[in-house]
Design a protein around this ligand. Structure first.
Ligand code: NAD
Length: 355
């Protein structure tokens, strides 16, 4: 297949080229992110391979379609950046990498939690400057604390296990589809209201959808335990950042760790150290000592990059051979305007054009 790979960093290229050795797809790597301005680069390419901050809205998809592209291969699990109804209308196909290393993200989540709790980021700087004072570094035992896991899919389930079995936390969980396996190990599912209001630490692992957008907002923050720690390694849009900053300022939120940010597309994955950060909300966050930020690196392990590359190349090959793909983002995952989900057998799914 003739493929354009958007947002291609040297590490993406390395792993994709290795995975493509046998498959032999024609890969064109471009550093640009996909947008209305850059969609023209895909002209004549069968497939566009994109990542989390590439924008595949209706205008961009239409432009890709007009240039001959029919296949969108996401190098990630989340697909909130793709306008699925537009994909369906155009008859395109979107595939993703449903799981590349849930362990990578889960382990990073717990690393953030403990770095923030025990103030390792501050201690690191102090020691380098010969400051061995402990004042300001006081943490708490995670053991025995109540941690709320919102979204217990692949990643959330591992986080829940680590916290329950490893740290001895009380784990309260909320998910629209509870997992019996987790309940067997002592995780207790509860309503969203109960999880929000009872936990010392809240960690977010549900996808970004219209229902979960700004799940953490002024109202939900108001219902939380004073001093709560919030960790978000899922998607930035789950959190109303302005509301969180207000709550951090008056102490209602005790601390915040994020690997994702709602306006991250203009910041993350680039070296901006020589430029002025124009996003004042983000800049304010970086001034707070009780805020820890990583730039969407939770997934960034060797294992995950290898899995992403292998699955992406496999997706391209499978679609080329069969015109369908096991990792297609099916229309049953789409929410229609009338609130129903999926085609329910009433129409042809554009993700499986030969059915
Ligand atoms: P998953 O699909 O396995 O799990 C998501 C879970 O959320 C499911 O159990 C689902 O039932 C639940 N859910 C859906 N809607 C919900 C709602 N309204 N309220 C509560 N729960 C709801 O996904 P995953 O692989 O565990 O990934 C979780 C999220 O992590 C992804 O959506 C993605 O945005 C994010 N992610 C981030 C990184 C990173 O590097 N920071 C990497 C991979 C994935």
């Amino acid at each position: 297949m003739n493929v354009i790979v958007y947002s291609a960093k040297p590490y993406d290229r390395l792993y994709l080229e290795e995975a493509n050795q046998k498959a032999g797809h024609n890969l064109l790597f471009v550093e640009a992110t996909l947008s209305e301005e850059t969609a023209g680069l895909a002209k004549g390419r069968d497939a566009a391979c994109i990542f989390v901050n590439d924008r595949a809205d209706r205008a961009v998809l239409t432009s890709l379609y007009e240039g001959g592209t029919r296949f969108i291969a996401l190098r990630c699990a989340g697909f909130n950046n793709v306008d699925l109804p537009a994909v369906k209308d155009l008859g395109m196909c979107v595939v993703r990498v449903p799981a590349y290393s849930p362990h990578a993200v889960a382990e990073h989540t717990v690393a953030l939690m403990q770095t923030l709790n025990r103030k390792i980021h501050r201690a690191y700087n102090r020691i380098r400057e010969g400051n061995f004072a402990l004042q300001g570094l006081l943490g708490f035992d995670l053991h025995g604390k109540t941690v709320g896991v919102i979204g217990t899919g692949r990643i959330g389930a591992i986080v829940a296990r680590i916290l329950r079995a490893g740290y001895g936390c009380e784990v309260l969980a909320y998910d629209v589809q509870p997992q019996a396996e987790l309940e067997k190990m002592g995780v207790r599912y509860a309503s969203l209201d109960e999880v929000i209001s009872r936990c010392d630490v809240l960690t977010l692992h549900c996808p970004l959808t219209p229902e979960t957008h700004h799940l953490i907002n002024a109202d939900t923050i108001h219902a939380m335990k004073p001093g709560v720690m919030i960790v978000n390694t899922s998607r930035g849009g789950l959190v109303d950042t302005a509301a969180v900053i207000e709550a951090l300022k008056d102490g209602r939120i005790g601390s915040l760790a994020i690997d994702v940010y709602e306006e991250e597309a203009d910041l993350f994955f680039e070296d901006l150290s020589g430029t002025v950060i124009r996003d004042d909300v983000f800049a304010r966050l970086t001034t707070l000592p009780n805020v820890l930020i990583t730039g969407h690196q939770a997934y960034f392990t060797e294992e995950a990059l290898r899995n992403i590359a292998d699955t992406t190349i496999g997706n391209l090959t499978e679609y080329e051979k069969n015109h369908r793909c096991v990792n297609a983002v099916h229309c049953d995952r789409m929410r229609r305007r009338d609130g129903s989900r999926g085609c329910a057998g009433k129409e042809v799914c554009p993700c499986e054009p030969d059915k």
